[in-house]
Design a protein around this ligand. Structure first.
Ligand SMILES: O=C(O)CCC(=O)C(=O)O
Ligand SMILES: [Fe+2]
Length: 476
């Protein structure tokens, strides 16, 4: 995941959605710099994995067998097929989560599982150095003096005998600060059981069995850690037994403050920073100030309701990962304020007015007191526009809305009634808005029949750029 330092996962496609940022300027240099920002953000990958040396003792598991008083012991470095079969028989059938309930469906997941109260492992992810091995890659993009750290909590043991598999899914997040999963694969003889990962249009494969065969000189474990929004699947195990421990990964507060020494800045981060500084130095880049906007490339938990006074989006800013975190880290290092905000378009639900506006709001639209009327639905638009700052609608956004109007028969692209023109804040979209962090707000619509309608906003990152002669740009 890091810039060239992790294992060589096989990238199978790189057809990520192209992001054409809007640019009201025709300045070629500015466009080049924006392109560099975009390209460097694409360089981080959402996982890390490899093989990690451990002590032989770390490969021992004690487990309960139903009806037996004493636990069994198995050493997964030397275990025979018979011993592994016994471990498998002591497992329950693994379920998986669908809409908050656990479902058993062996056409989707065929595996044995053991809960925490049924086994004990000698492996300690901290003292073995495993957590240290994955932390820099999963916290990539966070600033070096960030007060964030990674914490792992063991979750379960799985045994995959021949023919076992797990189809494409995402792991159910357990808690708002959970950012990913770590799977540790023991060095038992097996083939198959490759893990395939899928994120943002890119795919990778991690073949733990092949890695373990390659590095079998010392007792070792294979491991793969990935963010919660990565879709993954386990291919069928062909021969032998694949035994794993799964850990939930959380962002936690760092206990010991780091002393920042001299750090080698990853190439992608340096490239991003250089392009950003170059943009700021150009007098015709947002001369009166404005915003650099980025669609989020990861999904975050956004609470739909929250105690008054606390910020839902501020929490997301704390949780940013990978390239999203890098945008914040570098922008703040350069001296720019970074926020996560909501983007709403104030076009009404059935038709887009050519002069509709996009609005950036500091919080999720509160529709508690909004009602709409079939004949007169300015009210919602006014509420949206009151939420925050109006931004210039880019040519791309206008096209997008027009297309939506054309595709949907009931969605009209209409001329606006007389309205004072609004001067919006200038925005450069570096990467396009993604639908990964969409939040719906419900409101009542009164027509012939009252109904509940929804208005959708998308969270995105906004970096405030001062006017050319102001703030940090005054010094250049
Ligand atoms: O064993 C693996 O590699 C992945 C297992 C998995 O996806 C899960 O348990 O949720
Ligand atoms: Fe999973």
């Amino acid at each position: 995941m890091s810039d060239g330092s992790s294992f060589e996962g096989t990238a199978q496609s790189s057809s990520g959605s192209s992001s054409s940022g809007s640019s009201s300027s025709s300045d070629a240099t500015i466009n080049e710099h924006l392109k560099t920002l975009r390209r460097s953000l694409k360089l981080s990958v959402p996982y890390t994995g490899g093989v990690h040396p451990v002590k032989s003792d770390d490969l021992v598991i004690y487990y309960d067998v139903k009806g037996k008083k004493d636990p069994r012991r198995i050493n997964l470095e030397t275990a025979t097929e018979t011993a592994l079969k016994e471990l498998e028989s002591a497992c329950e059938k693994a379920t998986f989560g669908v809409d908050q309930t656990d479902v058993l469906d062996e056409t989707y997941r065929k595996a044995g599982k053991m809960d925490l109260n049924k086994f004990a492992s000698r492996l300690d992810v901290v003292s073995s150095g495993l957590l240290d091995a994955i932390t820099p890659d999963l916290l990539v993009g966070q600033s070096v003096d960030s007060d964030k750290d990674l914490k792992a909590e063991i979750y379960k043991l799985n045994v995959y005998g021949p023919g076992s598999f797990f189809k494409a899914h995402r792991d159910t997040p357990r808690g708002e600060d959970m950012i990913g999963s770590l799977v540790v694969i023991f060095p038992t003889d097996h083939t198959g059981g490759e893990l395939t990962l899928d994120h943002d249009g890119q795919k990778w494969t991690f073949d733990a069995a092949a890695k373990l065969t390659e590095f079998n000189s010392t007792p070792s474990l294979a491991y793969i850690a990935f963010y919660s929004d990565v879709t993954h699947a386990m291919e069928p195990v062909l021969t032998g037994y694949r035994v794993t421990l799964t850990y939930n990964l959380f962002l936690s507060e760092r206990v010991n403050k780091v002393v920042v020494g001299h750090r080698i800045v990853p190439a992608a981060e340096r490239e991003f920073e250089d392009a950003l500084r170059a943009l700021l130095a150009r007098p015709n880049f947002l001369p009166k100030g404005g915003l650099l906007a980025y669609g989020l490339s990861h999904q975050y938990p956004i609470p739909t309701s929250v105690a008054k006074g606390s910020s839902r989006l501020g929490h997301v800013l704390q949780l940013l990962k990978g390239s999203d975190a890098r945008i914040r880290t570098v922008s703040e290092r350069v001296g720019l304020t970074t926020n996560v905000k909501m983007l709403y378009d104030s076009a009404e639900k059935d038709y887009a007015r050519k002069s509709g506006y996009d609005v950036i709001a500091d919080d999720i639209l509160d529709t508690e007191y909004v009602y709409d009327n079939a004949d007169y639905d300015m009210r919602l638009r006014d509420e949206i526009e009151k939420m925050g700052v109006i931004i210039e609608r880019s040519a791309e956004r206008t096209q997008e809305l027009k297309k939506k109007a054309e595709e949907k028969g009931s969605y009209y692209w209409v001329d606006d009634e007389a309205r004072d023109p609004v001067e919006g804040v200038a925005v450069h979209w570096v990467t396009q808005i993604t639908g990964l962090n969409q939040v719906a707000s419900a409101y009542m619509m009164y027509g012939n029949d009252a109904s509940i309608e929804h208005v959708y906003g998308n969270a995105a990152i906004f970096v405030t750029i001062p006017a050319f002669s102001e703030g940090l740009r005054a010094q250049t």
